[in-house]
Design a protein around this ligand. Structure first.
Ligand code: SF4
Length: 433
């Protein structure tokens, strides 16, 4: 890990600027006699312009930079390793500074770049289908480390520069005659207010996964000729290591940082916090008013099976979860996302699909079916395509909004449920699996 400081808000008497929101920065800078707008200015430097030092904030008065330099720093995390999948997915491994590792996964697709991030090193929930759940819990990540994962991914995408525009968009532009209007606009003239669309689809050599040092630098082959636009992190999902709502305050702060209009500008509705179903914290999260979406992770349709595979769920039986979801006021237009792990022998039968359908009819939702991704030593097998389709068909027949999410990055251990590597091992710092 590269870090300018301890990732907490203060390191000794030195304050880290990364986890502070504009109002908090303004209050800090008021001590130097600065006007309130400086808070937004410094926030934008850190989160929108990715400054990694106070010296880089060149439009601040020299005296203010000197004042900040004696009291503050900009923490930075960088991956110690980047694994690249044949399907364009990249897994970033971060060193937590105490022998632990945590992960993020960049998943490009034609109209977005989704980043899956971690909120803890290890996890206390011990879900049986998840490699992280088999590790010991090490610690909560700080808001600076959580938002820092998004900043690190953004820096990688920044360094790669513009990427080819999707062919269909290029064709649309030509058809609409808008090509001329856009001509002459340099790649660098795009800024965060432009549409957040990314198409990195990093060209990979045939033959699968690729390792690199830090992932910074241009994609192999570099941007293609023709019309281009920059790649940005457009969607963030808290589905990496850890139960986000078990690290409530830091996660809420991180969501506010990531979604802030003066910063990374990830849309709140494109930011999803996934939980095994910690009901009190789900209520608190909705009350916090971040605007982010909540997803509920399920893998079974009876309490007996669910509590066996997800021990933390014993406190919140399915009836209580459904009642709570019916009763909790959602922001206008929102629905819950159900991330349903399809695990043969646990909750992947047609009978399970029927029970799930009855539950789903009671509150607003959409369902993602996630076929189980095996890992070495996993006690379950992955479902066959026929089993997945049979389950999906039952839900579709009942008019539920259902999508099968075949995980990406399986060849680099980046698929859903495969994230581990909580402890560094040996001089190479390889994963624990
Ligand atoms: S699925 Fe999520 S909550 Fe369960 S053990 Fe894995 S990381 Fe923790």
């Amino acid at each position: 890990m590269t870090s300018d400081a301890a990732p907490s808000n203060t390191a000794g008497a030195v304050t880290d600027l990364v986890p502070l929101l504009p109002d908090e920065l303004a209050a800090l800078l008021a001590e130097a006699g600065e006007p309130p707008y400086r808070g937004r200015q410094v926030f934008a430097w850190v989160h929108a312009r990715r400054a990694t030092s106070i010296d880089a904030m060149t439009d601040l008065p020299k005296a203010l930079r000197a004042w900040l330099g004696t009291r503050c720093l900009v923490s930075r995390i960088e991956p110690v390793e980047v694994l690249s999948s044949a399907d364009g997915t990249r897994k970033l491994l971060f060193d937590d500074g105490a022998g632990g590792l945590y992960n993020s996964v960049i998943m490009p697709s034609p109209d977005r770049v989704t980043l899956c991030i971690s909120s803890q090193v290890g996890c206390r929930m011990a879900c049986g289908f998840c490699l992280t759940g088999c590790m010991r819990f090490r610690r909560n990540l700080t808001a600076a480390e959580i938002a820092g994962q998004v900043l690190a991914a953004a820096r990688i995408l920044d360094a790669e520069g513009a990427v080819p525009e999707p062919a269909h968009r290029e064709a649309e532009r030509i058809r609409s005659g808008s090509q001329e209007r856009g001509a002459g606009r340099s790649e660098r003239s795009w800024n965060l207010r432009d549409a957040t669309v990314g198409v990195p689809a990093t060209p990979e050599p045939p033959g699968g996964a690729r390792r690199s040092g830090t992932g910074a630098g241009p994609a192999p082959g570099g941007p293609q000729p023709g019309r281009t636009r920059p790649a940005h992190v457009s969607n963030v999902v808290f589905m990496g290591m850890g139960e986000p709502l078990d690290n409530f305050d830091e996660v809420v702060r991180a969501v506010r940082l990531i979604t802030h209009r003066e910063g990374l500008r990830v849309a709140p509705r494109r930011t999803t916090v996934s939980t095994v179903g910690l009901l009190p914290e789900m209520r608190r999260f909705l009350e916090a008013g971040t605007g982010a979406s909540l997803a509920l992770s399920l893998c079974a349709t009876t309490d007996e099976v669910r509590s066996r595979v997800v021990p933390a769920s014993r406190r919140y039986p399915l009836d209580a979860v459904v009642d709570a979801l019916r009763g909790m006021p959602l922001p206008h237009g929102h629905s819950y996302t159900i991330e349903y792990q399809l695990i043969p022998g646990v909750g992947a039968s047609v009978e399970d699909a029927r029970r799930l359908s009855r539950m789903l009819s009671l509150f607003p939702n959409k369902v993602n079916l996630i076929p189980f991704n095996p890992w070495p030593g996993a006690p379950f097998r992955e479902p066959t395509p026929a089993e997945v389709e049979a389950f999906r068909a039952v839900l579709a027949e009942k008019h539920h909004r259902v999508t099968v999410r075949w995980s990406r990055g399986r060849d680099i251990g980046a698929a859903c449920g495969q994230l581990g590597g909580g402890e560094r091992r040996g001089p190479e710092g390889g994963e624990t699996r």
